[in-house]
Write a protein that binds this ligand. Structure first.
Ligand SMILES: [Zn+2]
Length: 507
């Protein structure tokens, strides 16, 4: 018989921190769930990043098969790179929600990443990260939005720039802001759990990811910059999360749900940020056009206009090349005649080298040199380099050591490897080891070992046979025609470009 299933997603939750918080007595509810059920590591995708991992969670496919390797997709078109932001509409494979809906199961999904724009399901969907703003249509059915604001008037859709705006805030203020948005989601979930007897109910908490990005040094006692005072400030967040979990779990059990708690990836301290494009720039493998200053400033102007542009997006579809700062850089700033390679980074330890010069000899030489890059202590930082198949040009996956975060788009002559600055930059980074806890009522079901096996368990619980859709070619999965600009994403690019301009001495 099918079991009503409730999934609580804790973005980026890691055993390192949860176990520390449990040991300090801040998470009694979670501790009881672990003791009464089963808990283990849930391995993330490669790269261990939100869009890739939650897409695997929704499709049962690994990134090799669903091709979502980041928030954007970088492709070579007519000898030029093009970067498109990925939306829910870009995925043409079936998600478990589609299949559950086809089987007439009632489904409720709250705040799950990569569900914007919302799509039809047999139930209610509130889109998750990244959602441009509360002004957009972010619910299915559309009418549910007014009901949502009636019940939770202060509801905030998680913005993709979350965290960035908190920079410079006091730790206490950051923590209370995240506790507030977290409680809004809990209230919404409680309301919807009362509203209807769902078959599958999922609520997702994004705040667990951002707290670790910005405040890792506070919560990891082994971090060199750790202090007890900071720990206590941030432990409040976890105590609060535990209270929210207790509300959700209690209500869920009362309504007859079996409960799964999981994360899409784990976390760890970021030891070094590596701007690999800086390194390539210094080596002469990435060459920029001379009029870079003018081009970059025009980028910024365009990005500033984006919220307005977004509003009129239907009329700007044909000029989309110029409204995306990354594309502006890729199109006009890279000197394609003289450059050899450009590296696509996504703030994890995995990056992708896209070659412009595909000569086997050149590729081998550059990769050989990348392999030998050293950190300031003289240690090698590249673990592995492997070819990504099925691309028009040569694309290689570079796996850096744990704790090395590949970031940055636009290179400068400055240092390419530096530790992150506390409270100015993100000090935590993703790790492949996420978490999963399954309650006692699920003892007869196998514990999934990796995130793309989770849908098997969910469908099993609903008595539905599930076969992840077989591999398709990249071009079938994504269509550039579906591309819509997204202001908040660009807002974060704006600050990234500003930082880079500063480091170039332009601002
Ligand atoms: Zn994250």
């Amino acid at each position: 018989m099918a079991k009503k299933t409730m999934v609580i997603g804790l973005d980026g939750a890691s055993w390192t921190i949860l176990n520390t918080m449990i040991a300090h007595g801040h998470m009694p509810t979670l501790q009881a769930e672990i003791e009464n059920g089963r808990a283990q590591v849930l391995t993330s995708t490669e790269p261990p990043i939100t869009p890739s991992a939650w897409t695997s969670f929704q499709t049962g496919l690994s990134p090799e098969d669903h091709h979502v390797l980041g928030f954007k997709e970088l492709q070579m078109k007519d000898g030029r790179f093009q970067s498109n932001i990925l939306f829910s509409t870009n995925l043409s494979v079936k998600r478990i929600w589609d299949i559950l809906s086809e089987h007439k199961k009632r489904v409720c999904i709250l705040n799950l990443p990569l569900t914007y724009p919302p799509f039809p399901i047999n139930g209610i969907l509130v889109s998750g990260f990244p959602v441009p703003s509360s002004k957009t249509e972010f619910t299915f059915p559309e009418e549910f939005k007014s009901e949502l604001f009636e019940k939770i008037p202060d509801f905030e859709v998680m913005q993709s720039g979350i965290g960035a705006s908190e920079m410079g805030m006091k730790i206490e203020d950051m923590v209370s802001r995240w506790m507030k948005t977290m409680s809004q989601k809990t209230r919404l979930a409680r309301y919807l759990l009362e509203k209807e007897p769902w078959d599958v109910f999922m609520v997702h908490i994004q705040e667990t990811d951002v707290v670790q990005h910005y405040l890792w040094h506070c919560i990891d006692p082994s971090d060199p910059q750790h202090t007890v005072e900071d720990f206590d400030k941030v432990a409040k967040f976890y105590a609060n999360l535990d209270k929210d979990l207790s509300v959700l779990i209690k209500k869920g059990r009362e309504k007859g749900f079996s409960i799964i708690i999981l994360s899409d990836h784990g976390f760890q301290r970021c030891i070094y940020n590596i701007k690999i494009n800086n390194w390539l720039f210094k080596k002469g493998y990435l060459v920029l056009n001379k009029d870079i200053k003018r081009l970059l400033i025009s980028c910024i102007k365009k990005v500033f206009d984006l919220p307005l542009l977004y509003k009129y997006r239907s009329s700007i579809k044909y000029s989309r090349k110029s409204e995306n700062a990354t594309n502006q850089f890729l199109n006009s700033v890279i000197n394609y005649e003289k450059s050899t390679v450009f590296v696509e980074t996504n703030a994890t330890n995995i990056a992708f080298a896209h070659f412009i010069n595909n000569s086997e000899e050149v590729v081998k030489k550059v990769l050989g040199e990348i392999e030998l890059i050293l950190d300031p202590e003289g240690q090698r930082i590249v673990n592995e380099i492997s070819k990504v198949e099925g691309r028009g040009n040569a694309v290689y996956k570079i796996v850096f050591s744990n704790g090395i975060k590949a970031i940055g788009t636009i290179p400068s002559g400055k240092s390419f490897i530096e530790p992150p600055i506390v409270l100015k930059q993100q000090v935590g980074m993703h790790h492949k080891d996420g978490i999963i806890i399954m309650d006692k009522s699920l003892d007869d079901f196998e514990m999934p070992a990796n995130i793309f096996s989770v849908p098997n368990t969910i469908m099993d619980l609903q008595d539905i046979a599930f076969d992840p859709m077989p591999k398709k070619e990249c071009s079938d999965l994504f269509s550039a025609a579906n591309f819509t600009p997204q202001p908040e994403k660009a807002e974060s690019e704006k600050s990234e470009i500003e930082d880079q301009l500063k480091s170039l001495g332009y601002l």
